[in-house]
Design a protein around this ligand. Sequence first.
Ligand code: GLA
Length: 381
Amino acid sequence: MTAPASPTRQATSLFQERFGSRPTVLVSAPGRVNLIGEHTDYNGGPVLPLAIERRTVVAAARARGWSLASTLDGPLRRVDPGEDKPEGWLAYAWGVIRVLEAERLAPPGARIGVGSSVPVGAGLSSSAALAVSLTRALLALAGHRLNPRDVAELAYRAEHDEVGVGCGRMDQTVVARARRGHALYFDTETREVKHLPLDIPVWILETGVVHRLVGGRLDERRRECETALQLVQQQGYRVTQLAQVDPADLGALSRALPAPFASRVQHVVTEVRRTRAAAAALAHHQYAELGRLLFEGHLSLRDHYQSSCAEADCLVREAEEAGAMGARLTGAGWGGAVIAILPPGREAGALARIQERFRKAFGRLPTAWVTRAAPGLRSER
Ligand code: GLA
């Protein structure tokens, strides 16, 4: 698939069409895929995502009141941060404005044009790309320069506290802080990040199944994890987050805890171990070991966290049969995208085979494209 038109050009021309003037600020942030460390970020564990070569660009200028347009839908929209949460992508803008106003960091108002090449609902963090780039753009309009860590935290509050997504901090953190050619190891308990070189292409295979995060299965899993933590504590284990459970205690816990809590704990604890092992493998350029961990992680999502779907299982299975070094569902799940490390030098053949098998099973071709690890939040010109 060819990459969509430049989102920078999209954002600036939309801005000029709708507002008849030029933006004074131009900021972009990427989408992301997670190599591994799924559903660990709200359980105090590590994650290992990378930014992708698809970006959301915000073009903005100071104004009175808040008016926005996006290449997603087109017409001019108004947002009032004092009113109820609007529908769709506007909710994220509303959330960002509310957080910045509460912190007295917002400009009086803004004209905003958004262009994006990040597919929406594909599990690639289009919402974090928007929230992070908009946060930085509005801060710039108000004359504030915050570091990417603080921008990520404000965007997290917009998504989590205001919009009400049951997310952890992975998406905003990688979108704001990623480096070109590197994956980002982020320990959500200590909030430390490490940039680990990633010099191989990562394939993105879209299931075509759109997931909805607000009020959905992610919230349900999050609540299950909270209950699971209480049950673990009632068994006498002194932990404050599920990620702290010792893998050696998993046998005893799986006998003591009722379903589905035992299997949720099983996933989180083994995923923490896999994520640390994957970071070590990456640090030593051991891609075969990294790939093995990805396959193992997918099985855990499918069987223990039950966040996969038939389309993702098919893509991962066929990727393995086509000789991929590793593949797994990435992001929240229940649809979205699969990542794969295809066999070097044999990518095209492997891809054709995976797509054909998927078409046989589901009657359509899955969208597939490749990315390298891209840079995070930045200014555009
Ligand atoms: C969503 C959330 C992230 C993370 C993943 C699952 O993408 O936004 O914070 O919880 O699901 O790993």
